[in-house]
Design a protein around this ligand. Structure first.
Ligand code: ADE
Length: 337
């Protein structure tokens, strides 16, 4: 017997398996119908966004993401909307999370950690130059591409409240704030740039140590450690790395090292090859209002269709005409573009 499976088509894409899922968003892999190219599609529910009065924020954040084009940042490709959903089409990254690599292989060598730190600082500094701040840099947001290069995800969805920021990638409730700067914890009003830099320091420590600098059984104890910057040095950290990390994990954001100063640091400079890319790349900031409009002019249709799958060899041969199987793989007509 031939079994069937439902597939969902969104614009020019066929949706595939879920990569991550949360309260407000889902991320799925998808395949372009013509080119076969894979993308990741973040799916937001319009009704939930309206209910939480997040429309302006979502629009602002999508336009911010459109401004960012950097080799170490997951690229936003396009935005689509149906009557009920918003689809944010992103570059698909295949190497998994950087921190899965550490979970599997343990801590990195100083040289390898430095390579990722170079890429992290390159991307973060570029985003800051465009007034885009992440505010939630953490391991789940650091992906690897097929070449083993870093790709930061979610730069730009960062000004959203916590539940939105946790965009379905692993967590549905608030995680512990191990990567968060002291001034953010104390909610004093802070600069996005210096707060991101702190998180980069925590990330560098974790890459080299294989564990967190600040970890306590209770949130209160954790906060105390963070705002006093109380941590210890693993014996294998070189003095150069210690010097740099202690300048990043400075609890005072006013005296904390800046990206410009990091570029002057001796430990950082070793083997540093800044990413080459087109800084002037064209960014289109077209109209985002339409994604929430009732007007159906720009809307795509999400459509489920049923396709045959997993036939055995006998079924295939009995259905094939002269062994030309191509007709079996044609999709139905009449699906929206
Ligand atoms: N998970 C979340 N975003 C992703 C992306 N852009 N590529 C691959 N996996 C992801």
């Amino acid at each position: 017997m031939t079994s069937t499976a439902e597939r969902t088509r969104v614009g020019k894409y066929d949706l595939g398996k879920t990569l991550g899922e949360g309260t407000f968003a889902k991320v799925k892999v998808a395949k372009h119908l013509d080119t076969g190219a894979l993308v990741a599609i973040k799916i937001l529910d319009k009704e939930k966004i309206l209910k939480h009065r997040m429309v302006e924020q979502i629009k602002r954040e999508i336009s911010t993401m459109k401004l960012v084009k950097h080799p170490y940042v997951v690229q936003l490709l396009e935005v689509m909307a149906s009557r009920t959903k918003i689809y944010i089409v992103l570059e698909y990254v295949t190497g998994g999370e950087l921190f899965n690599k550490i979970a599997k292989q343990g801590r990195l060598s100083e040289t390898e950690a430095r390579k990722y730190f170079h890429q992290l600082i390159d991307a973060v500094d570029y985003c800051h130059s465009r007034q885009v701040f992440h505010r939630d840099l953490k391991p789940e947001n650091l992906l690897l591409d097929a070449e083993g290069n870093l790709k930061i995800s979610d730069f730009g969805l960062s000004a959203l409240p916590q539940q939105f920021r946790e965009d379905g990638l692993l967590h549905t409730t608030c995680g512990t704030p191990n990567y968060v700067a002291p001034e953010v914890i104390m909610d004093k009003g802070y600069s996005g740039a210096t707060a991101d830099m702190w998180s980069c320091g925590v990330i560098l420590y974790v890459l080299m140590a294989g564990y967190l600098p600040f970890e306590e059984p209770t949130i209160l104890a954790l906060y105390k450690k963070i705002y006093r910057a109380q941590f210890s040095w693993p014996s294998w950290f070189s003095s150069g790395a210690r010097k740099l990390i202690s300048r990043i994990l400075d609890p005072n954001p006013r005296t904390r090292i800046t990206a410009a100063q990091i570029h002057e640091n001796d430990w950082f400079k070793k083997g540093y090859n800044p990413a080459k890319f087109d800084r002037e790349a064209n960014v289109s900031l077209d109209d985002l209002d339409s994604i929430f409009n009732e007007s159906t002019e720009h809307m795509i249709i999400e459509k489920k269709e049923t396709k045959p799958v997993a036939m055995n060899a006998f079924e295939l041969i009995s259905l094939s005409q002269g062994l030309n199987l191509s007709s079996l793989f044609e999709t139905k007509e009449g699906i929206s573009a």
